[in-house]
Write a protein that binds this ligand. Structure first.
Ligand code: NAD
Ligand code: UD1
Length: 372
């Protein structure tokens, strides 16, 4: 277990009531009271940006990550953005003994659970690994939370639970029919957490269904750098722009959309990060189960993304229209009205900013956190 530097605190000398294993301890602290939030998968793309938003909102993020799809060097970048690095625990959410120690050693007020695997193709090839990591991992975490008396949980779900929707914008009450093991793993966890909350009304659970997260923190210090060939559009476009790839293959130009290419609801990762903070604050106010879409409510086609990226970067993105990608849905975007009504949250950053911020990150870090 690695424990990195904690956040800087201001001395105040207050009494601290700590709940551990159903027992209450009063300790005296010389530190300012801030709520510690366990961020599983916090070294990854969305998790790292959420740590920035948490710190900006006055929370103390504590990252638990097995670094299976992330890089320890993100911590130093987070320190540069937020003024201090989050505490970091290297480990796996399926490690119950580790989780018990984490909850016993520090007063965790809530958990944001990002840790999971997310490649659709891999989930088809190796479903057991996906169910173990995503479903079993969530179960182990929830059981450890239950034992520790921590009842606030924000879960990373995905718009992929809707599968091929009947129409867009998609409301939260739309039919759920995920088309692959990855999507089914998200739906299984949603259902299990719903059952858990119904079994014990003191739980405060938010299930957040993200549409297509893209962009990077405006500093250009953190962002997304997939290992190997990117599956997703924006990282691929970025890698063409920076010269790592020759051209973008557009997966299908004959969809029933205005320009024939696929349409998605791209949402800036910092908007998503702020959505998590809003969901946490909402959960702190009242127990319950909340299921929300986090998206912009607008769709953009592949070619619109390419044009916006060209405008933002000044680079030409070579494209070739290729065949459709098996399993792709022609077009969908979310209805974010419930998130606005419930959390007061709405996406504020548009496609141009998503592209400008992605490009700043990619240009400054062509190989991710690897030195240039
Ligand atoms: P990511 O791979 O960048 O981050 C996930 C992090 O979790 C990584 O740092 C990885 O090392 C860690 N991790 C994975 N399994 C773990 C385990 N068993 N124990 C501890 N750490 C583990 O992915 P992301 O894009 O930041 O996605 C975060 C979450 O949001 C995932 O659950 C993903 O399914 C979900 N999601 C992502 C998208 C997207 O397009 N990026 C869309 C919808 C939902
Ligand atoms: C994919 C996943 C989805 C996941 C989401 C975000 C599939 C079938 N779905 O969704 O489960 O939640 O990522 O991680 O994999 N495109 C190209 N060329 C490329 C890459 C993509 O034209 O090289 C097109 C796609 O056909 C699509 C759009 O760009 O129309 C967006 O693709 P992508 O970024 O992969 O996201 P989704 O397909 O929406």
């Amino acid at each position: 277990m690695i424990l990195a530097q904690g956040s800087e605190r201001v001395p105040t000398g207050r009494a601290l009531l700590v709940a551990q294993n159903r027992q209450l301890f009063v300790t005296f602290t010389t530190e300012k009271m801030t709520s510690s939030i366990l961020v599983t998968g916090g070294a990854g793309f969305i998790g790292s940006h959420t740590c920035v938003a948490l710190a900006a909102a006055g929370y103390t993020p504590v990252i638990l990550d097995n670094l299976g799809n992330s890089d320890i060097r993100v911590l130093e970048r987070l320190a540069r953005i937020s003024g201090s690095a989050p505490r970091f625990i290297e480990g796996d959410v399926r490690d119950r003994a580790l989780l018990d120690r984490v909850f016993a050693e520090q007063p965790i007020a809530g958990v944001i659970h990002f840790a999971g695997l997310k490649a659709v193709g891999d989930s088809v090839a190796d479903p057991l690994t996906y169910y173990d990591n995503n479903v079993n991992g969530s179960f182990v975490l929830a059981a450890a939370m239950k034992a520790a008396g921590v009842r606030t949980l924000i879960f990373s779900s995905s718009a992929t639970v809707y599968g091929d929707p009947d129409s867009s914008p998609i409301p939260e009450h739309a039919a759920l029919r995920p088309a692959n093991p990855y999507g089914r793993s998200k739906l299984m966890v949603e259902q299990a957490l719903g059952d858990l909350q119904r079994s014990d009304a003191t739980w405060r659970i938010a299930l957040l269904r993200y549409f297509n997260p893209v962009g990077a923190h405006e500093s250009g210090l953190i962002g997304e750098h997939p290992q190997g060939k990117p599956n997703n559009l924006m990282p691929f476009v970025c890698q063409v722009a920076v010269g790592l790839r020759d051209k973008l293959s557009v997966h299908g130009g004959d969809y029933p959309t205005p320009d024939g290419t696929g349409v998605r609801d791209y949402v800036h990762v910092m908007d998503l990060a702020e959505g998590h903070v809003a969901a946490l604050k909402h959960a702190e106010k009242q127990p319950g189960l909340t299921t929300l879409n986090l998206g912009t409510g607008e769709g953009a086609s592949v070619l619109e993304v390419v044009k916006a990226f060209e405008r933002a970067s000044g680079q030409r993105i070579a494209c070739e229209i290729g065949p459709r990608r098996p399993g792709d849905v022609p077009a969908y975007w979310g209805d974010p009205a419930l998130a606005l009504a419930t959390l007061g949250w709405r996406a504020r950053r548009g496609l141009d900013q998503m592209c400008a911020d992605s490009w700043r990150w990619q240009q400054g870090n062509p190989r991710g956190y690897e030195p240039r």
